[in-house]
Design a binder for this molecule. Structure first.
Ligand code: ASP
Length: 316
């Protein structure tokens, strides 16, 4: 049996220790711990990487703190429109959805697209129709509501901004600044197959059906057994223009870089030049992991069967 491993993220951005308090920090760490446990259990029991990343993402989507599924940010129109993607490195199969509403677990719909449609990427109403046809679990608007995301949106809804810095006070105030909260997971299973997945509500106050990097195969999400599985988080537009996730794969495939070298090049050199604030998590088919970001912080965690385990928020 070879090394198996899992890494997850809960978004990157201006996450500073001085802006946190102990309760909120604990809540984030518990959320990461639960999601890590869900995916790792799948791997430990011999399950596939693709099932492991899905299991982790569902836990994060169900957690109000993260900007995915329940607790997603509000669009300019005051609703939640979610994006998600999943890819399996074994056969390069992939599924993605964008601009979907009322789907409890967007990652489940992305997986359904991968497994049971002849397509890779569905959007908007059509994707919702597919969800209904396939019996994917739906929830009313209220299920996705969170007061702090609502307050965050209220402050900028009359402007053209889709992000804003805030000053902080209590937990509700602290949460308002958590505009990046996208979730992601990458895994390598005992058979050396890898997978990557990402799920998000996108950016607060987004309009015109804006879609970020998360559901775009090659930009925010990618997996190929030959190279790596990647899930990104951060300001989506530069990540799309950099084709960030696939660029890591290309640097490994064509330049012979290691996973960590390739991720470093994309996050700390290429994206920085494009003002691309954020980070990514990656795994290769030998079970190596890397969690790299150029922002102040990134909610992140990893575990492997060598006994290594990390849960982190800020820069070390
Ligand atoms: N990358 C996501 C987007 O641009 C946001 C995030 O990672 O928080 O939609």
């Amino acid at each position: 049996m070879q090394q198996f491993s899992l890494a997850i993220h809960g978004g990157a951005g201006t996450i500073l220790k001085e802006d946190m308090n102990a309760d909120l920090e604990k809540a984030y760490c518990n959320g990461l711990e639960d999601a890590l446990a869900a995916g790792y259990t799948v791997l430990e029991e011999g399950g596939s990487a693709v099932h492991a990343v899905q299991a982790s993402i569902v836990v994060l989507e169900d957690n109000l703190l993260f900007n995915a599924g329940k607790g997603s940010v509000f669009t300019k129109k005051g609703v939640q429109e979610m994006d998600a993607a999943i890819m399996y490195g074994k056969d390069l199969s992939a599924g993605a959805v964008a601009g979907i509403r009322n789907v409890r677990n967007p990652i489940a719909l992305a997986a359904e697209v991968m497994l049971n449609s002849n397509h890779v990427f569905l959007s908007g109403k059509g994707a919702n129709d597919f969800a209904i046809k396939q019996g994917i679990k739906l929830e009313p608007d209220e299920y996705f509501f969170s007061q702090f995301r609502y307050d965050q949106w209220k402050e900028i809804r009359d402007s053209d901004n889709y992000s804003l810095d805030h000053t902080h006070k209590g937990v509700e105030e602290l949460m308002k600044d958590k505009k990046f909260g996208t979730v992601g997971a990458v895994a390598c299973d005992m058979n050396g197959h890898i997978a990557g997945a990402t799920s998000t509500g996108g950016m607060t106050n987004k309009k015109y059906g804006r879609i970020g990097d998360s559901p775009i195969i090659g930009a925010g999400t990618y997996a190929n057994n030959k190279t790596c599985a990647i899930s990104c988080t951060g300001h989506g537009e530069p990540f799309i223009r950099a084709v960030a996730a696939y660029d890591v794969s290309c640097l490994m495939e064509y330049k012979g870089m290691s996973l960590a070298e390739a991720m470093h090049e994309v996050v700390h050199v290429k994206l920085v030049k494009m003002d691309g604030e954020g980070g990514m998590i990656g795994v290769d088919a030998r079970g190596n992991t890397a969690l790299i970001f150029n922002s102040a912080g990134m909610y992140r965690a990893m575990r492997n069967n060598k006994g290594e385990k990390i849960i982190g928020i800020y820069k070390d």
